[in-house]
Design a protein around this ligand. Structure first.
Ligand SMILES: C[S@@+](CC[C@H](N)C(=O)[O-])C[C@H]1O[C@@H](n2cnc3c(N)ncnc32)[C@H](O)[C@@H]1O
Length: 295
């Protein structure tokens, strides 16, 4: 019998994940990509390795057993892969993650990295807030993208803030990223020149239908009330008083555009283009917030 190859092990692992109907969306979108991630990680190989170059590499029976055990753990626990590997990647940047915080995957990372937000900034932009920072990924990416700014990362969860502290240290950004416990904007007087916020916005009907992988994450990070807009309502009311005159708010609302527009019908917003379409991340100026009678 010929030895198993790396390609064969990945194929077999992907097949097993497919059969088991695990859910994706925490860094990968398919059984094959998830198998590649878990197998390469278990074997200690770089995740960005050229697969074609190593496809025929022989796998020992010990390596096969170790990878199979990890795939079975993924299936049995239904935890996102990142909770098993303790690492998630966003825009090519590595972040520590564990069950205390949601697995980072915000689309705001895209508009931050591709320069979309830059058009709204100026040399007056010095104070950036990442509200609902979770594991601190957007705060870290903002500090890396704009070396001149000071970043505040805020969250109501001390567990999440503990994970964020690991990531600011991992990227040696403790001097430029300050982590603050706050319920919404309550402990954040500002003024901020830019607010980034990926809040809990999942509506109750969607919460009720979430796959187990999402239920493995803190509920506080996802649930936004009946229409998903509980947190956002308070935020839009409080934000102008925490924003400098030219400041903008970049807000992620996932699949809740209809709920957002029903809740704030008169608010002028700019929808930003992302890999998931033009209806998940929006930008609001302070002037637009002040001009709108908010619910
Ligand atoms: C969707 S997660 C976003 C985490 C991170 N920014 C990311 O993109 O991965 C929402 C975060 O909001 C936090 N949160 C929930 N309610 C909050 C509140 N009232 N005030 C501040 N943070 C809150 C949760 O603890 C969670 O970390």
């Amino acid at each position: 019998m010929s030895a198993m190859t790396l390609a064969g092990l990945i194929e077999a692992s992907a097949e097993r994940l497919s059969q088991a109907n695990v859910a994706f969306g925490h860094g990968t979108q398919s059984a094959f990509d998830e198998a590649v991630w878990l197998v390469l990680w278990r074997l200690g190989l770089p995740l960005d390795i050229d697969l074609d170059e190593v496809a025929n590499q022989a796998i020992t029976s010990e390596q096969q057993a170790a990878c199979t055990a990890l795939i079975e753990q993924r299936i049995a626990t239904r935890k996102p892969a990142a909770y098993l590997t303790r690492e998630a990647w966003l825009q090519g940047v590595s972040f520590y993650i564990d069950e205390r915080a949601i697995v980072p995957r915000s689309l705001i990372a895209e508009v931050l990295a591709d320069g979309t937000i830059d058009a709204w900034l100026s040399d007056q932009t010095t104070q950036v807030l990442d509200l609902c920072t979770g594991n601190g990924s957007l705060a870290v990416l903002a500090a890396l993208a704009w070396p001149e700014v000071q970043v505040t990362g805020a969250d109501i969860s001390d567990d999440a803030l503990a994970v964020a502290a690991i990531n600011t240290e991992r990227h040696a950004l403790q001097e430029r990223v300050t982590l603050v416990h706050s319920d919404g904007l309550a402990a954040l007087p500002g003024p901020f020149d830019l607010i980034l916020c990926n809040p809990p916005y999942v509506c109750q009907a969607s919460m009720d239908a979430l796959p187990a992988e999402y239920r493995a994450e803190p509920e506080l990070a996802l649930a936004g009330g009946a229409d998903g807009m509980d947190f956002v309502r308070q935020l839009l009311q409080d934000a102008p008083s925490r924003m400098s005159e030219q400041a903008v708010l970049v807000l992620e609302i996932g699949n809740e555009r209809a709920h957002f527009e029903a809740a704030f019908p008169d608010l002028e917003v700019a929808w930003l283009d992302t890999s998931s379409g033009e209806d998940q991340v929006l930008l609001i100026t302070r002037a637009a917030l002040l001009a709108s009678p908010l619910a």
